[in-house]
Design a protein around this ligand. Structure first.
Ligand SMILES: [Zn+2]
Length: 372
């Protein structure tokens, strides 16, 4: 295992932070796999999972069983991790700019499109190689306008030429679920079955420039912009794994998730050993545009009548908001219905606050919304 440190530009006098990546295998050896955790720095389950996975990969390395280049970044956001307010972590938004840490990643298609116009590609492999080189070169030349911009740039530099990118997040309180690109529907279903995930939300461009889409979407954008390039397969499957809720940090869950990831990497061909069979499991592939986010139409004490993992019908009451001053009880109903996959953990809501997220089977007007 090789350890690399990537210095970030100093945000304020007297303090420079760095990002640390752990490397297994060699560049150019098999497919490249990139895993990171806690880009939203208050989402810690993935950090512990990568701690366990690192241990498994070190053992595999000693046995000479690593057949791919694998990079782990267990602490993807040292900036967010250091943001503490009144003893609580503020890891989702950058307190300097107000921006969500998992938004506004650079658009690689835009950065490389012009330089690729003059290239000729002999075959799909040559195309993939040249696109990846152009992406790396363009990112390397970008000026770092702030510490958070440099963080996004560095994370993308480590991941943009990978075949497989796994970004580990979690929700407030949630069941295991995953966001994936519909172009990789079948492969995502296999990964979901290895991870024991029952629901995969499919979306190619949910807007906002999230990390997974910053890795996967440029390939589609390039293919759409040039008729000669549309014949080539996209080069990166990037998914966001949502490892339950923020409080779901335990040895048992994390070591089990790490073993499942390890088995998937064996199946993927990155690690030696007989490829394990794809686990039997029903996994629903649901269009993200069929989802809905329930919000509070009044402030008050929140009582959830249904929980993550439950299916609800259209117009079914999911929660009640109680105002003890007027004794008003406001019902919160599902619009189209579906599987509740995440909900709020705090039992109080202000007007407009998110209460629950529901994944349905059929897209509807007004469905979807920004994820992760
Ligand atoms: Zn997140």
């Amino acid at each position: 295992m090789k350890i690399n440190h990537h210095n970030l530009p100093e945000h304020a006098l007297g303090g420079q932070r760095r990002l640390t990546s752990f490397h297994f295998g060699q560049p150019g050896m098999g497919k490249k796999i990139y895993l990171q955790a806690s880009l939203h720095a208050d989402e810690l389950p993935g950090m512990l999972v990568l701690h366990y996975l690192k241990r498994l990969l070190c053992q595999a390395e000693r046995r000479g069983e690593i057949h791919s280049e694998i990079i782990l970044v267990p602490v993807a956001n040292p900036l967010g991790l250091a943001q503490v307010l009144l003893n609580g972590g503020v890891g989702r938004f950058d307190l300097v700019s107000g921006g969500n840490f998992n938004r506004d990643f650079p658009d690689l298609a835009q950065l490389v499109r012009d330089s690729l116009q003059v290239c000729t590609f002999h075959d799909a492999s040559d195309y993939r190689q040249q696109v990846r080189s152009a992406m790396t070169a363009a990112l390397s030349m970008m000026p770092s306008r702030s510490e958070v911009a440099a963080l996004r740039q560095q994370l993308l530099l480590l991941a943009c030429d990978a075949d497989l990118v796994l970004d580990l997040h979690c929700d407030d309180r949630a069941i295991l679920h995953m966001y994936a690109d519909p172009a990789y529907c079948q492969q995502a279903e296999v990964l979901a079955r290895f991870m024991d995930i029952g629901a995969v939300l499919l979306s190619q461009d949910s807007g906002g420039g999230s990390f997974d889409e910053a890795c996967g979407l440029p390939w589609h954008r390039l293919a759409a912009s040039h008729s000669d390039w549309s014949q080539f397969e996209p080069g990166c499957m990037a998914v966001t794994l949502e490892l339950r809720g923020q409080q779901d940090v335990s040895h048992a869950l994390a070591s089990n998730d790490a073993e499942r990831l390890y088995h998937y990497l064996q199946y993927y061909g990155a690690l030696a050993g007989d490829p394990p069979a794809v686990p039997e499991r029903e996994t629903l592939m649901l269009p993200f545009a069929a989802g809905e986010i329930l919000r509070a139409s009044a402030s008050g004490v929140l009582l959830l009548l249904r929980q993550p993992g439950d299916w609800v019908e259209a117009n079914e009451i999911v929660a009640e908001v109680i105002d003890p001053l007027t004794d008003t009880v406001t019902a919160v109903c599902a619009q189209a219905g579906g599987l509740i996959y995440a909900c709020r953990s705090a039992p109080f809501v202000t007007l407009g606050a998110e209460i629950a997220k529901i994944a349905g089977k059929t897209p509807f007007e007004g469905g979807g919304g920004l994820a992760a």
